[in-house]
Design a binder for this molecule. Sequence first.
Ligand SMILES: Nc1ncnc2c1ncn2[C@@H]1O[C@H](COP(=O)(O)OP(=O)(O)OP(=O)(O)O)[C@@H](O)[C@H]1O
Ligand SMILES: [Mg+2]
Length: 265
Amino acid sequence: MGLAEEVRGLSQAVLTLDKATIRFGGLFAVRDVSFSIQSGDLFGLIGPNGAGKTTCFNLITGVYKPTAGVVKFGDTVLNGQAPNRICEMGIARTFQNIRLFSSMSALENVVVAGSLRQKSSFISALSYLPSAIKETGEIRARALELLKVMDLEDIADVRSCDLPYGKQRRLEIARAMATDPTLLLLDEPAAGMNPQESEQLMRTVRRIRDEFGKTVLLIEHDMKFVMNLCERIVVLDHGVEIASGGPAEIRNNPKVIEAYLGEAV
Ligand SMILES: Nc1ncnc2c1ncn2[C@@H]1O[C@H](COP(=O)(O)OP(=O)(O)OP(=O)(O)O)[C@@H](O)[C@H]1O
Ligand SMILES: [Mg+2]
């Protein structure tokens, strides 16, 4: 075990789901799901369509309140907290269906998200106090830096709706990073990407963990992407956890193979 792994092993859980459950009418979308993510993890959440993966993200980010069970960020219970509060605490996400501000430029999309963490009050920003102006400049500089990390610096001024799909997905990640989260949730980041784009994204996500120290939880159907990138994986099927472990264990788990019914895992 290397030093990085040892440190990670000793560290406190960043996120804990303890028997997290949500029911919509008669359907348990997520039922008694328990896992924990340590600081610095690159963690995968997989499963067939309708397994409850996005619903888990919605439970973590406060879109839904669990019907039962607990979701914790460090020691803080998230159940019932508002999404904006959870974002301020340090959890950012991207969406399965891209949700950018379509008429804004790429840079503006990232700047808006960066402003969430702005320290100056709204009033001081309005009155153009030097501190507010300085901070706005810093947010812009940081946004440009994030576009560079995501290989998007050449399209900073392009409206997000005019960008090809793969670049929109990367822009969503830049925007999530702009809130400087501790935990980054990515919902199908490689969806619709060609093999070259998803290779490049794999490198970038690894860099986000290694260089920026982010903890990453990602949902993905692209098995090559998950198996090459994630060190730990939880598998859901019909709302329940059917397996957890490292990529090799998951790939050879009969329950997982059955859930995917012959799909290459
Ligand atoms: N707001 C809701 N109301 C009713 N049912 C819902 C709601 N949200 C999710 N569901 C149901 O919960 C189940 C899990 O959905 P979820 O979107 O979490 O699946 P998923 O694993 O993300 O699937 P996919 O891979 O297709 O994105 C589905 O049966 C879905 O229809
Ligand atoms: Mg989903």
